[in-house]
Design a protein. Structure first.
Length: 171
């Protein structure tokens, strides 16, 4: 019985020595270390693109289900959320008028009622192109956002595009 207690005491002593050795290994605590920008990269789900002084900025809407591409344009036209407004984002397509949007594979077409008053190379057009390209890639996982081509077809005036999102992003 005495041998068992001696072995237990020896084991406890050995664990204590190991514990002291591990806690005293010389690594000292540090303060806050700046590591640069927050993590970025691909996000899942819908992403709306809004205009800003520095160009288009994508804003994720991860919990948004896409019923159709027209609903995504409606969300875009509704504009940024209050925190995004404070961050300098705005929507330039608030008064788009009537439209229908169709998409198959890498092709998306926006059929506009009336005249499209933008140049086609502006942030408003970029908002539409990038938002619809992302939405189409979410709807069809075989389609990459970068491959989607968006064409604007006003009922009055020539068609604009096809455009790809990369044409509107600063880079």
């Amino acid at each position: 019985m005495r041998g068992v207690k001696v072995r237990q005491a020896g084991a406890v002593a050995a664990l204590g020595i190991v514990g002291v050795a591990l806690t005293g290994c010389g690594v000292q605590p540090t303060g806050v270390i700046s590591a640069g920008e927050p993590a970025s990269g691909l996000t899942r789900g819908v992403r709306l693109y809004f205009a800003s002084d520095s160009g288009l900025r994508g804003v994720p809407r991860p919990d948004t289900e896409i019923k159709n591409l027209g609903a995504v344009v409606k969300m875009l036209a509704a504009g940024p959320q209050p925190a995004e407004l404070r961050d300098g984002l705005t929507s330039l397509i608030q008064h788009l008028g009537g439209y229908t949007v169709t998409g198959t594979g890498i092709r998306v077409t926006v059929h506009l009622d009336g005249l499209y008053t933008e140049s086609g190379r502006d942030q408003g057009t970029g908002q539409l192109v990038c938002t619809l390209a992302r939405a189409q890639s979410v709807r069809d996982p075989k389609v990459r956002t970068d491959d989607v081509e968006v064409t604007l077809r006003p009922s009055d005036g020539p068609a604009l595009g096809p455009y790809r999102c990369a044409e509107f992003l600063n880079g």
